[in-house]
Design a protein around this ligand. Structure first.
Ligand code: FAD
Length: 284
């Protein structure tokens, strides 16, 4: 796979903290990571509307502080009018990029809530806001857990692109071949937009393993066994994780990936270290 873009995109994701203390910590993390000059930060959104105000407030605050920020957005339990209100506030706040998702309805979201697929949201955004926003969508090199097959998942991915998505960010993965095969498969199906790998630093085996099982991301057998061996040795696991993820990123960039999107988990240390290991600020 040859390099797809002369200019690569490097971005960092946060989630809205639940407490004032968490937000104060994130403010510091944002300040530290902003020094790396990522192309944008993004802030996740609870599809049940649980973080609606939190997402909006963080996005507008960090935008005011000079960062480019992209809110994640989904219909979830939110009405079209509420989505339009959010969009109006984002426009007014100088936001130009949205990550459009179906989202996962959190437990307790209620059985009356209907999923609305991400392609419907992309279509809605284009109808209501034209070309104003750069629209990112999600995609899944190891196939979305609800999908019947790789083919149907990619067909639905294509629907999001046909509805007007400009670029995509992948679910995280630890096997670079999964990404390269997926990109080739998408290109064969006529999907031409940039597909930026999502990168999850490794800091804690139990959390990673639980989360990966839920979202359908594979931890290769050898890697899982290696991580388990660290046991209580937090520093050892962290050092190994940094080295492994740096090498994964290197393979992806050398293979032509059009950037990287870091799932920071609201922590700065791992992302900045990988960023510096890769000299990303010079690689755009
Ligand atoms: P879709 O693209 O709508 O696809 C969902 C599933 O339905 C897939 O299996 C697809 O194959 C299938 N499908 C799609 N269209 C149709 C159709 N018309 N008919 C039948 N089946 C269809 N979750 C959050 O709650 N908040 C976030 O902020 C958030 N941010 C994320 C950011 C990234 C980069 C990624 C990769 C994931 C994120 N997620 C987030 C998780 C995401 O919401 C879940 O993976 C969710 O289950 C699917 O969202 P989607 O937008 O990919 O859905």
């Amino acid at each position: 796979m040859a390099a797809e873009n002369s200019s690569r995109s490097f971005s960092i994701e946060f989630y809205p903290p639940r407490t004032a203390e968490g937000e104060a910590k994130l403010d510091v993390v944002h300040e530290e990571l902003a020094r790396l000059q990522p192309d944008f930060f993004s802030v996740t959104y609870g599809a049940g509307g649980s973080t609606r105000a939190g997402t909006q407030q963080l996005v507008l605050k960090y935008r005011q502080q000079g960062s480019d920020v992209a809110p994640h957005l989904s219909f979830g339990g939110t009405s079209e009018d509420e989505v339009l209100e959010l969009l109006a506030s984002y426009k007014e706040g100088g936001i130009r990029r949205i990550v459009a998702l179906r989202g996962d309805i959190p437990s307790g979201g209620g059985s009356s809530m209907q999923y609305r697929y991400a392609n419907e949201l992309v279509k809605f955004l284009r109808e209501k806001t034209g070309d104003y926003f750069h629209i990112e969508v999600a995609c899944y090199p190891e196939v979305h857990p609800d999908a019947r097959s790789l083919r149907s998942d990619v067909d639905f991915f294509k629907q999001k692109v046909d509805a007007g998505a400009n670029s995509a960010i992948t679910q995280y993965f630890y096997n670079p071949d999964a990404y390269f095969y997926f990109v080739d498969y998408c290109r064969d199906k006529g999907i031409t937009i940039p597909i930026v790998p999502g990168i999850m630093p490794i800091t804690n085996y139990e959390n990673l393993s639980r989360f990966s099982a839920k979202c359908g991301a594979e931890i290769p057998l050898w890697l899982g066994k290696r991580l388990i061996e660290f046991g209580e040795d937090v520093d050892g696991l962290r050092d190994f994780g940094l080295e492994f993820v740096t090498s994964l990123c290197e393979k992806l960039l050398d293979g032509g990936a059009p950037g990287l999107h870091f799932y920071s988990m609201n922590l700065s240390k791992n992302v900045s270290q990988i960023w510096n290991n890769l000299s990303l600020s010079q690689r755009k």
